[in-house]
Write a protein that binds this ligand. Structure first.
Ligand code: ATP
Length: 330
């Protein structure tokens, strides 16, 4: 990430509320979420189930409307987009999901899956160019022999191969950003690395920006230069991935890292004293106040239940929201 280049995404104070059936209060799935994403970099979004990771991707894909905040893509607010603008935007910002099978049509060949975006987005001048272009794409994503693969149907491929087809689709369209929601978690461990390496190649060779949503800090460390840690819709800590893993500041980040098998653990000593009070994850609403982690935090103070701490800068690129670090101390 260059501090001089302009971010491809700039998200400020994003809020997303989901109405609850019959209840007066909406669920606040995202609260005050801000970040920037730059071309050619990956930002991991990590956190437990329900922390709001997928909601960020769905709001950025315009599958959900935001409730408040700014969502700028290439310096243009996207929430007012309609019709053609949405179509053009979705060409540039693609999603990859955990289950690649769900993104592929079982009755069509791989050839068809790649021909369609190439034709729709006018990436070929005529149908004559299609075979060469499709075979080149399949080779680029490691699906060889390409001619044979193109003739196959999705059910004839493994999970990892299907995810490679989805990646080839994003290349066919010429996406600038990929929102990858747990793209490797349904794959065998042995296959994951290949898919991560392929995404790494897209980053380096095509300057694609990735939002990499995962439960898995080890793959975040492998793939993403920066990481944001989410807890109940709040970004509690963010920075360069190595800083987050080697020097976690928020008690929740420390808890996440303590749950990862070594060699990620450099905090074995602290781990012994890192108890969690209870495992209840709160439901956040528009009227909830305080730090959402207070119920589980062994350092909790009275003020933690009363307000969410402001952002504290730990170092140039490392930030946390926790009263332990805001200068007011315990
Ligand atoms: N369409 C929806 N309607 C109502 N509530 C929703 C909807 N989508 C998400 N939520 C709620 O928003 C919160 C965040 O969910 P989200 O799926 O973004 O979390 P996540 O971190 O991606 O979880 P997981 O890792 O399990 O996918 C949860 O409380 C969830 O129940």
């Amino acid at each position: 990430m260059s501090s001089e280049s302009k971010p491809i995404f700039s998200v400020k104070k994003l809020v997303k509320d989901f109405p609850t059936a019959g209840g007066p209060n909406s669920i606040r799935a995202l609260n005050d979420v801000s970040f920037e994403l730059f071309s050619g970099e990956a930002m991991a979004v990590v956190g437990e189930s329900g922390s709001g990771k997928s909601t960020i991707a769905r709001v950025l894909s315009l599958l959900h409307d935001k409730s408040a905040g700014d969502l700028n893509f290439k310096e243009t607010e996207i929430s007012g987009f309609s019709g053609e603008e949405i179509k053009r935007y979705r060409q540039q910002v693609q999603m990859i999901f955990q289950d690649p099978y769900g993104s592929l049509n079982p009755v069509h060949t791989i050839y068809h899956h790649l021909a369609r975006p190439l034709l729709i987005h006018k990436k070929v001048k005529s149908k004559k160019e299609l075979p060469d272009k499709i075979h080149a794409l399949l080779e680029e994503v490691g699906l060889t022999p390409a001619v044979e693969t193109a003739k196959k149907f999705p059910f004839e491929l493994s999970g990892g191969q299907r995810q490679r087809v989805c990646i080839a689709k994003t290349l066919a369209i010429g996406a600038d950003v990929v929102l990858a929601d747990e793209p490797t978690s349904a794959l065998d461990v042995s296959i994951r690395l290949g898919v991560l390496n392929l995404m790494q190649k897209m980053k380096r060779e095509h300057n694609v920006a990735f939002m990499y949503i995962t439960h898995d800090l080890a793959t975040a460390r492998y793939f993403a230069e920066r990481t944001a840690v989410m807890y109940v819709g709040h970004m509690v800590e963010w920075g360069e991935t190595e800083d987050i893993i080697q020097d976690p500041q928020h008690p929740y980040t420390q808890l996440l890292i303590s749950a990862v098998p070594s060699p990620l653990k450099r905090h074995q000593k602290e781990e012994k004293s890192l108890h969690v009070k209870n495992k209840d994850i709160p439901t956040w609403t528009a009227s909830s106040v305080g730090c959402p982690f207070v119920g589980r935090c062994i350092h909790a103070m009275d003020k933690c239940s009363q307000s969410m701490p402001e952002i504290t800068k730990i170092s140039e690129k490392h930030f946390v929201r926790c009263f332990l670090h805001d200068g007011s101390g315990q």
